[in-house]
Ligand binder design. Structure first.
Ligand code: C2E
Ligand code: MG
Ligand code: MG
Ligand code: MG
Length: 287
């Protein structure tokens, strides 16, 4: 079980297992209790616009806060939540947390945007949309400031997905297909759904400049997205060489450790401020 995980992940996983067994809870029971106690935070990973170098906003990434102050990453509990139906209350919790955070960000940074990850089953059911609208109204936040993203499996049932996308776009949200290229989506799926953006998965970004077969696919994904008039966000950008390639290929947005990891709210706001101050300075007066 531990072999495919990195050392850090293994330590976290072992810690989680020890903690759960001390509580005499099943993993599902532990997750259920955590939801009841709202033991989750969202961290914010900056999204950078390549043309300007400015930070356009962030992707909200949920973490399960442990009693010792450490965080369990989402890949360790989202699949369990999806299997057990706990994803519904968890999505609601994330929505409320992000909207509250966004309201406080907007008081200082009026053009802030945040992207929320919507689980496949929630995207198919559209159940989260009334929850989101209510939260936004309650906080006085414009829906245009919230982007949504879901992986390919969230769009597999085209009719169900279209209903959700139509409603969400009517409300003012932009929608992206996440981890593009890693699932089973067909090209016709992309053609038929009125999506706004496509996120190129990290595995393709990793392949840029290598001999890997995936590196051959990258320019095709990019030109296809351009043809469909989707905005493109490249994920997991770690090197200046990857950035140079993506810029050259006409990718508009990037996200990755080259710029920043996901940060707690205040740290993200500091990043945003520093980044956007630096680049918005008016050009020197040449007269
Ligand atoms: P994702 O939506 O594709 O998010 C990108 C993941 O890549 C994040 O991992 C992010 O921290 C990581 N990442 C970003 N840039 C880099 C980089 O340059 N290098 C490396 N090595 N990693 C990078 P994270 O936070 O562990 O999230 C994993 C996945 O969990 C997300 O993938 C998303 O599918 C899911 N997830 C996160 N938050 C939520 C949520 O609130 N609800 C739902 N349903 N799923 C969520
Ligand atoms: Mg995402
Ligand atoms: Mg992704
Ligand atoms: Mg992912």
């Amino acid at each position: 079980l531990l072999i495919p995980l990195g050392a850090g992940m293994s330590v976290i996983l072992i810690g989680l297992v020890v903690w759960i067994s001390r509580q005499h809870l099943s993993p599902q029971g532990a997750l259920q209790l955590a939801i009841k106690r709202k033991a989750f935070v969202t961290h914010y990973q900056p999204i950078i616009e390549l043309a300007t170098g400015q930070c356009a906003g962030a992707e909200a990434l949920v973490r399960w806060r442990q009693p010792d102050g450490s965080f369990v990453p989402p890949d360790m509990f989202i699949p369990l939540a999806e299997r057990t139906g706990l994803i519904e209350p968890l999505t609601d919790l994330v929505i409320q947390r992000v909207v509250d955070d966004l309201a406080s960000m907007l008081r200082r940074e009026p053009s802030m945007h945040v992207a929320i990850n919507i689980a496949a089953c929630d995207m198919q059911s559209g159940r989260f949309l009334p929850v989101l609208s209510r939260a936004l109204r309650g906080a006085g936040v414009a829906p245009t400031q919230v982007w949504l993203e879901a992986t390919e499996s969230g769009f597999m049932d085209v009719n169900a997905a279209r209903a959700t996308i139509d409603q969400a776009r009517q409300a003012g949200h932009a929608i992206a297909i996440d981890d593009f290229g890693t699932g089973y989506s067909s090209l016709s799926l992309l053609q038929t759904l009125p999506l706004d953006a496509l996120k190129i998965d990290k595995s393709f970004v990793d392949a840029i400049g290598t001999q890997a077969a995936t590196s051959i696919v990258v320019p095709h994904i990019i030109s296809m997205a351009h043809g469909l008039r989707f905005r493109i966000v490249a994920e997991g950008v770690e090197t200046a060489a990857q950035e140079a390639y993506l810029r050259e290929a006409g990718v508009q947005f990037v996200q990755g450790w080259l710029y920043s990891k996901a940060l707690p709210l205040e740290a993200f706001l500091a990043f945003y401020k520093a980044r956007n101050q630096r680049r918005t300075a008016p050009p020197p007066d040449t007269e």
